[in-house]
Write a protein that binds this ligand. Structure first.
Ligand SMILES: Nc1nc2c(ncn2[C@@H]2O[C@H](COP(=O)(O)OP(=O)(O)OP(=O)(O)O)[C@@H](O)[C@H]2O)c(=O)[nH]1
Ligand SMILES: [Mg+2]
Length: 253
């Protein structure tokens, strides 16, 4: 009888010895025969004849394949959140989804990724992965390191959050990008949306001067948001949704 082991979508199965990927379970319902079972033997009663009721002969079975595999689960989300500690990533996911991550005004509050489902209109939704904050030197092990970046390797797009009170958006954006790149050049090349968070701490006049702000290395205008007041959250969700649909179109062609 077949032994069927169910694994979540996003599981990668590797040969434990060589590390070679055997199968990447990237879609629901994907099946794969990992190891061929052995052949059952035949006991001596199968060979009984009227003359010899208890033959000594039996057919031995053949052993099945046997080897060790490693299973790794990567989160599959449409959007991955990228930012320094305290940028407001978890707060953002908590206002756009049902996720209830820990939020606090000190760095490295988030230690494990959180997933949230964001509803768009009545029928659509996308998923967001909130991960720990990145700092300069993370790729050399500073802060929490960057191992958790593997969780956003399989997201369609990245949402960068930079605190609007930061002194230098250009430098922040470059640092975040640099750390991503050191982890995986492919990750750094993903489609990005940049948002400046915590807009509520600025006055309307200050915000007015920021409306045209450009950030080096980022095409387009950053979206200025406040998770606290909801300012521009809906347009940002709409924008993310449009990008996801655009990405889908590209991968289908
Ligand atoms: N004023 C204001 N404060 C905010 C806003 N969003 C988040 N904060 C505050 O910023 C602090 C950090 O928020 P988090 O959401 O925990 O930040 P994070 O980016 O998830 O931080 P790490 O998990 O450490 O990487 C908390 O004190 C939040 O209340 C906002 O829109 N306005
Ligand atoms: Mg957090």
């Amino acid at each position: 009888e077949d032994l069927i082991i169910k694994v979540p979508v996003g599981t990668i199965i590797r040969d434990a010895k060589t590390g070679k990927v055997i199968i990447d379970v990237d879609t629901a319902g994907k099946t794969y025969m990992m190891a061929k079972g052995g052949k059952g033997g035949k006991g001596n009663s199968n060979f009984a004849t009227p003359v010899n009721r208890a033959p000594r002969y039996a057919e031995p079975g053949k052993p099945g394949q046997s080897f060790s595999v490693e299973l790794e689960l990567k989160l599959l989300a449409d959007v991955g959140l990228v930012g320094f500690p305290n940028a407001g990533k978890s707060t953002f996911i908590s206002v756009v989804s049902e996720a209830k991550p820990k939020i606090a005004d000190y760095p490295f509050t988030t230690l494990e990724p959180n997933l949230g489902i964001v509803r768009v209109g009545d029928y659509d939704s996308f998923t967001v992965a909130d991960i720990p904050g990145i700092i300069e030197g993370a790729s050399d092990g500073k802060g929490l390191g960057i191992q958790f970046l593997k969780h956003i390797e399989r997201t369609g797009i990245l949402l960068f959050l930079i605190d609007i009170t930061s002194e230098n958006y250009d430098a922040d954006f470059a640092t975040l990008n640099g750390e991503l790149k050191k982890f995986s050049p492919a990750l750094a090349k993903k489609k990005k949306i940049l948002a400046l968070s915590k807009a509520d701490v600025f006055s309307d006049e200050e915000l007015a001067t920021l409306q045209k702000v450009k950030v080096k290395g980022y095409r387009g205008k950053p979206v200025i948001i406040s998770s606290a007041t909801g300012y521009n959250i809906e347009p940002l969700v709409k924008r993310i949704w449009d990008e996801i649909k655009e990405n889908d179109k590209k991968t289908k062609i």
